[in-house]
Write a protein that binds this ligand. Structure first.
Ligand code: HEM
Length: 211
């Protein structure tokens, strides 16, 4: 796929006339939103990193202030597992699409649109799993539990940092072949997907066998 030619003459025709129906912006699609300035993107990323860290601190240190009874814990263990199903399930769906791109079975555009669509489900699942974890009163004297908690924090921070790569992929014109995507961007995407998989699997396995 080659990129569409840009008209050379200075009297460029009106942008609306130029773009075929398929490319006309549809409200709400991430790829049609006007890109935010680099400064405001950095501020937004720093605020989101702060929010994930604050959520994690609330869950870990807030859990030392409560002592819910068995019934409440049982209920929040159910919430914990359902949040895992939603959040980690959506992560697995995105990374399966990513693998399909690497195996040249799906276009990068398809995988990126799936990622952008299920992104809210990942974050709802993540926030719910961390807050329900607070109600499960983790044993902060246990080393495996700390490995799990650090993996949980890493899953969130990596999720925030991967949004930049997703925005860059969403800006790639439709139909662009995987081989035409800048190598540095593909390496960033694969690195984020690998960290995401490692962090979620680590938290889930430690949570199931050692929590
Ligand atoms: C990505 C983040 C997380 C994942 C994937 C995860 C996953 C799991 C899993 C699979 C279990 C086993 C459930 C079972 O035995 O049926 C579990 C249990 C547990 N998790 Fe998490 N968890 C996460 C975050 C947290 C956080 C942030 C906390 C604490 C603040 C936490 C506290 C606990 C506790 C205390 C248990 C044991 C519950 C019990 O057996 O009574 N988890 N977690």
């Amino acid at each position: 796929m080659t990129f569409p030619a840009v008209p050379s003459s200075s009297a460029a025709p009106s942008p609306r006339a130029e773009r075929p129906q398929a490319e006309r912006p549809r409200a709400g699609r991430p790829q049609d939103r006007r890109p935010a300035s680099p400064g405001s993107q950095l501020t937004r990323t720093l605020l989101l990193l702060l929010a994930v860290t604050a959520l994690w601190c609330l869950a870990v240190f807030g859990s030392t202030l409560i002592d819910p009874d068995r019934t409440v814990r049982h209920f929040f263990k159910f919430v914990h597992i359902m949040a895992l199903t939603l959040g980690f399930g959506a992560v697995l769906a995105v990374d399966t699409c990513g693998l399909a791109v690497l195996l040249r079975r799906r276009s990068p555009g398809f995988a990126t649109r799936v990622a952008a669509t299920v992104d809210p489900a990942i974050w709802i699942g993540y926030v719910a799993i961390v807050l329900s974890g607070l109600m499960l009163v983790p044993d902060l004297g246990s080393v495996p539990m700390w490995f799990k908690l650090v993996a949980a924090l890493l899953a969130g921070l990596n999720g925030v940092l991967s949004r930049g790569a997703m925005r860059a992929l969403l800006a790639v014109p439709r139909g662009t072949a995987y081989t035409d995507i800048p190598r540095a961007l593909m390496l960033r995407v694969v690195a984020h997907a690998s960290v995401s998989q490692a962090a979620w699997w680590a938290a889930a396995i430690i949570g199931y066998f050692w929590a």
